[in-house]
Design a protein around this ligand. Structure first.
Ligand SMILES: Nc1ncnc2c1ncn2[C@@H]1O[C@H](COP(=O)(O)OP(=O)(O)OP(=O)(O)O)[C@@H](O)[C@H]1O
Ligand SMILES: [Mg+2]
Length: 527
């Protein structure tokens, strides 16, 4: 530009002007191509990073223990993988190209400004101190505001997820209005937090732009004073270069806002990634290749948080034997079962299988020997067969239908036109509670486990089907160690030993007849 004006326009030299314009066009085309390649490459890199981040997050989540999931709200975790990752994605796909190009462009433009005329360059620097102060202010205020935004949006997601899961109860108790109002409050908080963050940006960006104008005015005013020694083309070039300095500055300040948002999101994502999986395999795990299956609780105490719910349990289930746990609600039966599945570790004492502390086994290998039917069975989207096969994905169709028949599921699915291919929705909705239980029993059995845990596995199943299962149980339990929890005492009579759990202690134990003969909690449960 300087050449075109000073050598072309001012002395009316057309050839020089043509040369200057041609050079300008050539540089512009090169910039156009380079920019395209850069944006493409960086966008690809950004998306790769986002992909890796999501994968890392999900992988880490699946390694966390049950304790983590019972303490966190589902929606809060979902917000980490969706809106937080999106904030990072935004800055990577849109912000990264701007960042990289301008970080290159800015020093180049400043250098060119000084080469063009160092005095004009120095004058432009008057805006440097206020710009620094402004940027520091923005950095502090914005990062706090952005953290607030992340918290608010995850509160909205968490409320949404909980409402969807509990919609039947919300409607049954006519709480639509209350839930709606609560949602409005959270939604409004979210809007306010976003607005606060935007207000800080609204002060910052225009101020940077204004400083650009101040610099230009200063350069033009000073340029007039310097004019006797400065050529008009040099002044025009300085004006042009100032544009090249302040345009990147403005864009960088814009990206800076996105960066603040993304770094707040990374703080939240980091909180998930930093959560330590407290249940895992030791450095030198023992492979539980051949388990006999003797389970021993050795003075086991356990607390959820600070509340101790098991107060010193001593219990041995011999290999191949069946022990039933009975007792009033909240006594600690399911907790005992969860300790055997090693969803939690005892706070004192040890759970041993074949004399080895569960903490010494390879966790995955140990769980492979385990079949569990939890008190609230969960099924996944797919078909009935898919859900049974969940325990052993390589099982043949025959294995699946045979296992289904063993627990009486064949009679039930005959009512579905698709049979075992009947679709199942998330959580098992669309099926009756008893159907869900039968499917989970079949799922546990297909794993062909050494140790079988049935927590209230037949509580929702009609008596005829339960009788069928009980008859099958003799065969199913043969050669396996089993822990059966049931409220219906008819279910537990067949156990080798019945243990009454009360307030986290063993209150009574023995065979059905002996227990009935004694005065004690068992007789009261039976009554
Ligand atoms: N995830 C948890 N966090 C905190 N406390 C829990 C948790 N799960 C259970 N508890 C508490 O631990 C105690 C024992 O619960 P547990 O589920 O073992 O009882 P249970 O004997 O299986 O009862 P039920 O017959 O009703 O199934 C209860 O007081 C319960 O409130
Ligand atoms: Mg229970």
């Amino acid at each position: 530009m300087r050449f075109s004006i000073n050598e072309g326009i001012v002395p009316h030299d057309e050839a020089a002007l043509r040369l200057g314009v041609a050079a300008y066009v050539a540089v512009a085309i090169a910039g156009w191509v380079l920019m395209g390649v850069l944006i493409r490459g960086l966008a690809e890199l950004g998306q790769e990073i986002v992909l890796g981040l999501r994968r890392e997050l999900f992988g880490h989540l699946t390694s966390l223990s049950l304790r983590y999931f019972s303490e966190q709200r589902a929606g809060w975790i979902i917000a980490r993988l969706t809106s937080d990752v999106d904030a990072v994605s935004d800055v990577l796909s849109q912000g990264l190209p701007t960042l990289v190009t301008n970080v290159v462009l800015l020093p180049a433009a400043i250098t060119a400004l000084f080469i063009n005329d160092w005095r004009l360059g120095l004058i432009a620097l008057v805006v440097l101190p206020p710009a620094t102060v402004l940027t520091r202010w923005f950095q502090r205020r914005s990062s706090l505001a952005q953290l607030e935004v992340r918290d608010r949006i995850s509160a909205v997601t968490a409320h949404l997820a909980e409402s969807v899961a509990g919609m039947a109860i919300v409607q049954a108790y006519r709480r639509e209005r209350g839930f709606g109002d609560r949602f409005d409050v959270l939604n409004d908080d979210n809007r306010a937090a976003n607005f606060r963050a935007q207000r800080i940006s609204a002060l910052f960006f225009p101020s940077i732009e204004f400083l650009g104008v101040v610099a230009t005015v200063a350069v033009l005013a000073a340029g007039a004073g310097l004019l006797p020694t400065t050529e008009i083309g040099t002044l025009a070039a300085a004006y042009f270069l100032l544009g090249l300095v302040f345009q990147p500055l403005q864009q960088l300040s814009d990206v800076y806002g996105q960066l603040q948002s993304a770094s707040a999101a990374m703080v939240k994502i980091g909180a998930v990634l930093d959560a330590e999986p407290d249940i895992g395999s030791p450095p030198q795990p023992r492979a539980p290749s051949r388990l006999a299956g003797e389970i021993a609780f050795d003075d086991v105490r356990f607390a959820y948080g600070t509340k101790e719910v098991l107060h010193g349990i001593d219990l041995v289930v011999p290999a191949g034997a069946c022990t039933a746990l009975v007792g009033e609600s909240g006594g600690g039966k399911s907790t005992l079962a969860k300790l055997v599945a090693r969803f939690y570790d005892p706070t004192h004492g040890a759970v041993r299988v074949d004399g080895v502390d569960l903490r010494e086994y390879d966790l995955v290998g140990y769980r492979r020997r385990l079949g569990v039917v939890l008190q609230d069975p969960f099924l996944f989207t797919g078909t009935v067969a898919d859900n049974i096969r969940f325990a052993r994905p390589d099982a043949s169709d025959d294995d699946v239908s045979e296992t289904a028949a063993m627990v009486g599921l064949d009679r039930l699915v005959r009512r579905f036109p698709e049979g075992l291919e009947h679709p199942v929705h998330e959580g098992g909705s669309g099926l009756s509670a008893g159907e869900r239980q039968l499917i989970s029993i079949a799922r546990a059995l297909l794993a062909d486990p050494r140790i079988l845990i049935l927590d209230e596995a037949t509580s929702n199943i009609d008596r005829p089907t339960e009788l069928l299962i009980e008859r099958a149980l003799d065969r199913l339990l043969a050669g396996r160690t089993s822990l059966i929890i049931a409220h219906r005492l008819s279910t537990v009579r067949r156990a080798d030993e019945i243990v009454v759990v009360k307030h986290g202690r063993i209150a009574q134990r023995g065979a059905d007849d002996d227990l009935l003969a004694q005065e004690g909690p068992y007789r009261r449960l039976a009554a």
